[in-house]
Design a protein around this ligand. Structure first.
Ligand code: ATP
Ligand code: MG
Length: 579
């Protein structure tokens, strides 16, 4: 591409609303423009990067045996009513009516549509397994669209769905996609990690998120420094400490103490001169409209995903003030696990059985209790893993030290089991002529989010640093010829040569000053920059620069192709990529 005729509206400044670096740079590099909140136009350079990501993802899906389809973005409500998600999905689902008043939504995901398609087509086990995927625009009316392409309302996703005849097949399909994801993200040139994620009601080890490692990530990953354990924080298991249960130890009788105006654990500990690790924190929640009490140590945080899984519920919310009063007879801040109504289940974190003689809320205004025994004074329904893992906790798998890192979720593989096929009655005939429900999996990749996360992971003060596989152009030839026709002609020649070598190259033949061209090249982040000026031409060399390492060198104009390809290999190797 010759840039003299190309639309590259680079900017010196990013709009003030752009908070994260990828958002700022995508706008400054002339790759995207905002239309409205969470909805962006892709300009030529941005679209090139997006298409390259999509092409790699497509190839790896095809290599893994998945077949591309294209499903409608507009989906009728009745399919969503069949699965119950019309009510359950909430406000992220953008709903609207057609001229006949019928309900529709814009697809935030396609489980319903694909299951509907397959149930009408697949009849026999002989047609299984199959895996269908698409690369398409999704719409989610996110509560907080932000960070440009990282969390848009309209965004590009690859979503795949597998259908198998049994569990074993579904598991094989799952790991097949898992491997395909590893290949795709490696080819894109990202540093990433698959991490265990919450698999909700399905259970087991069948939900992984693929995280791009970047300090600016919204997600926190707990990973082991010794073994290959890595999990999203909400999923990371915490094992019970090795001690014995002390719940039934003999301790002094429960005693009320006045704690006027002391609501928080910190305030209570300060007032009573004790440590948060001696306090039982009682959290009152509502799980699927029923009240539940969750107990964690005063210095710990409740993990609501673990609570949801322990209760087998769907929706977890904190109890409002009115409900807290009803359950405890006290204002918020004084709930305790004793004397709660009998029909309120009490889930206690595993470590709570390993100590006793607790301090807890008194279920009375301005009151706490001392000498609480969970065995004697409370009706604990179950001791389960309920708390958030902390960085000082040991690895739940090997016991060694762990660390927290930040990540951006760019992909998710998930076993669905029979969740949709049962609700939508998607069946096939097995080897014995018996009707069975299809066993499903779903697999998403945030194609547009990858473009942003590549920048989050790779940038410097001058701009984007794109991996060669997804850069808008892999190489730019910056011609400093100006009015020097010999230089211009040689630059054209180099450009033709790069193209003949299969390099996706741009020729910066714009009339701008060299400084402008250099700044734009760094801002856009072409991995390879070749600069040709009058002096170089005279000396028979072109200057080359590796955007990632900043290293500069010279390549001979004579036998250019061979020298270039050798150097290019090194540039790719710096990205852990093979040419
Ligand atoms: P998140 O927790 O970030 O909201 P999610 O769990 O809703 O993600 P999935 O439903 O698993 O995401 O979607 C598959 C992939 O689509 C995600 O891994 C992510 O890369 C991408 N994605 C999801 N929501 C958005 C969004 N609002 N903007 C851009 N990409 C998104
Ligand atoms: Mg989401």
């Amino acid at each position: 591409m010759k840039l003299s005729n190309y639309y590259i509206p680079t900017l010196k400044e990013a709009p003030s609303e752009a908070e994260v670096v990828s958002h700022k740079l995508l706008i400054r590099a002339g790759m995207i423009r905002k239309l409205t909140s969470g909805i962006y136009n892709y300009l030529p350079l941005g679209l090139r990067a997006l298409n390259k990501v999509a092409a790699i993802v497509r190839e790896e899906m095809d290599n893994a045996g998945a077949m591309e389809v294209l499903l409608p973005m507009v989906q009728p409500a009745d399919l969503w009513q069949e699965t119950g998600r019309w009510d359950y999905y909430g406000k992220e689902l953008l709903r609207f009516n057609d001229r006949h008043g019928r309900d529709y939504c814009l697809g935030p995901t396609h489980e319903e549509v694909i299951t509907d398609l397959v149930r009408g087509e697949i009849r026999s086990y002989k047609q299984l397994p199959i895996n269908l995927y698409q690369i398409q625009t999704k719409f989610r009316d996110e509560i907080r669209p932000r960070f440009g392409l990282m969390r848009g309302r309209e965004f590009m996703m690859k979503d795949a769905y597998s259908f198998d005849k049994d569990e074993a097949g579904a598991e094989a399909s799952y790991w097949n996609m898992f491997e395909a994801y590893k290949k795709a993200f490696a080819r894109i040139g990202l540093r990433f990690k698959p991490v265990q994620a919450d698999s909700g009601a399905i259970g087991g080890d069948f939900s992984h998120e693929f995280m791009v490692l970047a300090e600016t990530g919204e997600d926190t990953i707990a990973s082991c420094k010794s073994c290959d354990f890595a999990a999203n924080l909400e999923k990371a298991k915490v094992n019970a400490p090795n001690g014995t249960c002390r719940c039934d130890e003999d301790i002094p009788a429960l005693e009320k103490v006045a704690t006027p105006g002391k609501h928080t654990v910190v305030e209570v500990c300060e007032f009573l001169g004790t440590d948060a690790s001696k306090v039982v924190k009682t959290l009152l929640l509502v799980v699927d409209e029923k009240p539940v009490a969750a107990l964690v140590r005063g210095d710990r945080e409740l993990n609501d995903v673990k609570l949801r899984n322990a209760t087998g519920g769907n929706d977890v919310d904190f109890a409002d003030e009115k409900l807290v009063r009803k359950l405890t007879g006290a204002p918020v801040g004084f709930a305790g696990p004793h004397s709660l109504p009998e029909d309120v289940p009490v889930y206690a974190d595993l470590e709570l059985c390993q100590d006793t003689d607790w301090i807890a809320g008194g279920n009375d205004a301005d009151t706490h209790v001392k000498h609480l025994s969970l065995g004697r004074d409370c009706n604990v329904t179950e001791f389960v893993d309920l708390r958030m893992i902390e960085e000082t906790d040991p690895c739940p798998e090997c016991g060694q030290a762990i660390e927290f890192t930040k990540g951006i979720e760019v992909g998710h593989v998930f076993k669905l089991g029979l969740k949709y096929s049962e609700k939508m009655d998607a069946k096939f005939l097995d080897e014995n002529g018996k009707e069975k429900h299809l066993v499903m999996g779903c697999y998403g990749i945030g194609v547009s989010r990858i473009v942003a996360s590549a920048i989050e992971q790779n940038h410097d003060e001058s701009g984007c640093v794109f991996p060669p596989t997804i850069a808008p152009f892999e190489a730019a030839i910056i011609s400093l010829g100006g009015k020097d026709e010999a230089v211009n002609a040689k630059a054209e020649e180099l450009y033709a040569e790069l193209k003949s070598l299969g390099v996706d190259a741009a020729l910066d033949d714009r009339k701008d000053r060299p400084g402008v061209k250099f700044a734009d090249a760094d801002l856009i982040g072409y991995p390879i920059q070749l600069t040709l000026g009058g002096k170089g031409l005279k000396n028979g060399v072109v200057e080359c620069k590796n955007r990632k390492t900043g290293e500069k060198g010279e390549l001979p104009l004579e036998n250019f192709a061979e020298a270039f390809q050798n150097w290019r290999k090194q540039v790719w190797a710096d990205w852990n990529l093979k040419l």
